[in-house]
Structure formats: C-alpha cells, structure tokens
Design a protein around this ligand. Structure first.
Ligand SMILES: Cc1ncc(COP(=O)(O)O)c(C=O)c1O
Length: 400
C-alpha cells in the first residue's frame, strides 16, 4: 500500500528547517534587517554583530578560528571556490588535480571543466560493491598518484549516496607531507558526526546549512589561515566583502540560522548518532527480511574504520532491490519520500555515477533506493516505510 501520511526519508537531499532555527532567524528579516556592510548606523552594526557571533559559533563547532570561515551560498559554491580557487592561482604547484570517482557533482563538474582547459585530473577508484568497505578509498591510492605538480587533492568526508566515511585524517596527512593542498567536501558530515578541522588536518572544507536542519542558500568554506595559510583566487568579485575572497552582501538571516542549526546539532550529536543508527539498522533488517534479493550498497553497517570509528553515516541506507525500476518504485510508494539510484538528479536521467563506480550494473543501479534518516523520523515511520517499500516491490515485480 502506498504510504498514506507523508513520510520524509530524503534527509541527504535536504532537511526540514528546525522550528528553533526559524525562530532564531526571524528577527533578522523583520527588525534587524540592516546590511552587515553598512557603517555608521545601528542597523548595520546589529547585522554585523550577528554575523560575527554566528561566525564564531560555526568556527568553534568545527575547531576553526572565526577568520577561517568564508560564507557562501552553499556547498556547491564552497567546492567551486576551493577547487578553482586553488587551481587558478597564478602561483600554484602545477596543474595536476586529484579526486575520487564517487565525489558529488559539485566537485566532479568543476574538475571536468578544468580538465577541458588543460588541467590533468586523476579520479581515483574505490573499493567495489560486495566488499565490506564498498565505496571506501584506500589512502595508498592517493599516495601513489601524488606528483611534484599536484596542486590539490579533494576527497569527501561522507558520501551522499552510500554514506561511506573516508579516512580523511590519513589522506590529509599524506598530502601535508608532500606539500599538496587538501580539500574535503564535508557537506554530509558536519552536524551529523564530530568534525574537527585540526584533528582532520584539512586545508579547505565545504559544508552547508540545509543538510543540518538549517536554511537553504547558505554554506561555508573553511580556509586554513596558518601553518600554512591557504591562498585562493576569488571566484566572485565585487564589493570586496569577506577580505575580497567572496564578495556579495552577506545573508544575515541565513548565517544566523546556519549557526543556530549547527549549535543544535552539536548539542544533540551523541544521542542522535545512536538513535539514527538504530533506526537505520531496523529499516535494513525489515527490508532484507521482506524483500528477496535486497542488497546493501556501500560499506557494512557495523564496519569499523582502522581508527575505531564507524565506516558509514548513521542515518544512511542504500539498497539495491534488483528486478524493479527505482523510478517506478518511487511513483508506486506515494507519500514515502526517498531517492532513487535511477536518476541522481532531475536534470540527468543516467543511473547514479556513484553506484556505477562501485561496479553495479546499470539495471541494478536503477533498482536502488537511498534512505536518509533524520531528526524528525520515528520508529513508527521506519516500520511503515519498510511495509510500503516491500508492497511496492512485490507489486512491480508481479507486473514484470
Ligand atoms: C556531498 C555534497 N556536496 C555538495 C552538495 C551541494 O550542496 P549545496 O546544495 O549546499 O550546494 C551536496 C548536496 O547535495 C552534497 O551532498
């Protein structure tokens, strides 16, 4: 039966804004609506103060200094600023750029454009489907391709489809030893796991508010300012805001919401990690017991990294059902909102490049669903979702 009450389990795509975040933002639309760049009146002063306070909160949540936070419109822009900002510096180490086949398009597309302009881009492979660490990147693969002209390595912390967590601290250490700037797209991890830029040793790190119960249209790039300071070529120029690194009037209400959202996530983190992992494990248990041939995509749910931490985001589950089309499945499930490996975006009809990079066939990739559990999901929703998916798969298989 299609779900009758809407159930939202697409929290990797975006999250509902927490009402506490909306409340924190509200005065910055209606009362304190000044431009943070305005000098000489109280409206500008109040906006500037709110921005700087928020910058401090966000920086401290990730172990950075306030001046290391550059606000952007989201992680897509942060990734572009990091990658093109390093690659287009007139004084750079060279034109070799390294990343991974399973990165988000917001990393792969800027790299592809640079490749068309003559840069040499290496995209690394990951552990294949079926392995207990499917999707994981062995740091040795990075070490093996670094060259004297490598300007940048970019590896994501948590994958947005299969939830695999990469060994960022180990990879960053290799890059540092070889003098290569290291960027991490931590969009799916910040707010969901403890993330500390100093412990990880990253030089640049992207993240965004709308994946952590904050508003859309506001993100940040962490830019290391010491030992060594990272220099970037600005990508958006104009009024010279944020030290000229990213011009444009600051989104004050968005920035306040971003800080409130991250603060809440940080407070609730330990309990939420445990709760989401339990919900996720229960969902998998129900799906595999009810649906013949259900296969887990990505690393084992109980897998451990060498450092003892988990190998997978707590709220992530990606399942290939086989013998069914993911898009038809989405339609058959009515009000259950998840996403399908059939079309990774509404503008691109091809199957997920992440699943293909893991070695899934096109048919198997097209039969997958990604579940992203979040703050507002309950055990009752998990049980209803499993029932809805099982019924829809059975019905579609019968029609085949
Ligand atoms: C890993 C990853 N990087 C980047 C982005 C882009 O983020 P934004 O929507 O803030 O531009 C996303 C969002 O889907 C993501 O999951």
């Amino acid at each position: 039966m299609p779900a009758s009450v809407p159930i939202y389990m697409d929290n990797h795509a975006t999250t509902r804004v927490d009402p506490r975040v909306v409340e924190a933002m509200f005065p910055y639309f209606t009362e304190q609506y000044g431009n943070a760049g305005s000098i000489g009146h109280a409206f500008g002063e109040a906006a500037r103060e709110a921005v700087e306070q928020s910058r401090t909160v966000i920086a401290s949540a990730i172990g950075a200094e306030p001046e290391e936070i550059v606000f952007t419109s989201g992680a897509t822009e942060s990734n572009n600023l990091a990658i093109r900002g390093v690659a287009e510096r007139p004084k750079r180490r060279g034109d070799h750029l390294v990343s991974v086949q399973t990165e988000h398009k917001a990393v792969l597309d800027p790299l592809a454009r640079l490749a068309r302009r003559g840069y040499d881009v290496t995209l690394l492979e990951v552990e294949p489907h079926g392995s207990s660490r499917a999707g994981w990147l062995d740091r040795q693969r990075v070490a093996d391709v670094l060259r004297d002209d490598t300007a940048l390595v970019s590896v994501m912390l948590a994958n947005n489809e299969i939830g695999v967590l990469q060994p960022i601290a180990e990879i960053a250490a290799i890059c540092r030893e070889r003098g290569v700037t290291f960027h991490c797209d931590a969009t799916q991890a910040v707010g969901k796991l403890p993330v500390d830029v100093r412990t990880l040793g990253v030089d640049l790190m992207s993240f965004t508010a709308h994946k952590m119960y904050g508003p859309k249209g506001i993100g940040a790039l962490y830019v290391r300012r010491t030992r060594p300071a990272v220099r970037l070529e600005a990508q958006i120029t104009g009024g010279g805001q944020q030290d000229g690194l990213r011009s444009g009037t600051l989104n004050v209400a968005g920035i306040v919401g971003f800080a409130a959202a991250l603060q809440l996530c940080t407070l609730e983190l330990p309990a939420e990690i445990e709760r989401l992992a339990k919900l996720r494990d229960r969902l998998w248990q129900l799906l595999r017991s009810r649906i013949d041939g259900a296969e887990l995509c990505g690393p084992n749910l109980t897998g451990q990294a060498a450092t003892g931490g988990p190998l997978r985001l707590p709220g992530n589950l990606d399942v290939a059902f086989g013998n069914v089309d993911g898009e038809a499945l989405l339609l058959a499930m009515g009000n259950l909102a998840v996403s399908s490996g059939a079309a990774c975006s509404s503008t691109d009809p091809s199957p997920s490049h992440v699943l293909l990079a893991l070695g899934l066939t096109e048919d198997l990739a097209r039969s997958t669903l990604r579940f992203g559990l979040g703050r507002f999901n309950t055990i009752a929703e998990v049980e209803a979702a499993a029932e809805t998916v099982a019924a829809a798969v059975a019905r579609l298989r019968e029609l085949r």
